[in-house]
Design a protein around this ligand. Structure first.
Ligand code: GAR
Length: 193
């Protein structure tokens, strides 16, 4: 059994898609949703699927010993960041090397870094008149969006696209690939150990 937890800050449509995908896979368990925004919609989604949720604030995240303790108690094997907007503290990245996976809504290393999340990314891509964008699934280290890249997929940026249009196209790629890449990455990691 592989235990996964998800960190999310917002709507949580990726979190829901991951929960649904792994519900069909008895060898994986989504143990908990961790969330830093008390009224984030992802908490409703967690409730709907009966996944336990834990909300934490900035102070608890700055001194993450308690969170780390919970992760260890849950026998967490992998941490999935699905629209989680704070930088992971070094003590968590150190405890889970190559076991924290993030999705970013652009083709890293472009359009990454602090402040580059959600619609900010799509606005920047459109402002730069890029002809393509996409998704990057990568390991998480102690720097924003700099961990080794696991997978990328591209989509066109059309001349009339608004940031919402592009976000919708990117979300489709995320739903199609993220759960499957998480699964493959975990299985590959276990083979190597
Ligand atoms: C997703 O598009 C994800 O790639 C992005 O936030 C969105 C969350 O949507 N993540 C980042 O921008 C991280 N830098 P969701 O809450 O509906 O899954």
């Amino acid at each position: 059994m592989k235990n996964l937890v998800i960190f999310a800050s917002g709507s949580g449509s990726n979190a829901e898609n991951i929960i649904r995908y792994f519900a069909q896979k008895p060898e994986f368990c989504i143990k908990k949703i961790y969330c830093n925004v008390p009224d984030a919609y992802v908490l409703e989604r967690a409730k709907k699927y009966g996944v336990p949720a834990q909300v934490f604030n900035r102070e608890e995240f700055r001194n993450p010993e308690k969170i780390l303790h919970h992760l260890q108690e849950e026998a967490t094997d992998f941490i999935i960041l699905a629209g989680f907007l704070w930088l992971m503290p070094p003590c968590i990245t150190a405890a889970y090397p190559y076991r924290i996976i993030n999705i970013h809504p652009a083709l890293l290393p472009a359009y990454g870094g602090k402040g580059m999340y959600g619609h900010h990314v799509h606005e920047a891509v459109i402002a730069a008149r890029e002809q393509e964008s996409g998704i990057t699934i990568h390991y998480v280290n102690e720097h924003y969006d700099e961990g080794a890249i696991i997978f990328q997929a591209k989509c066109p940026v059309l001349p009339a696209d608004t940031p919402d249009d592009l976000a919708a196209r990117i979300h489709e790629l995320e739903y199609r690939y993220f759960p499957e890449i998480i699964e493959k990455t975990i299985l590959n990691t276990e083979e190597e150990v």
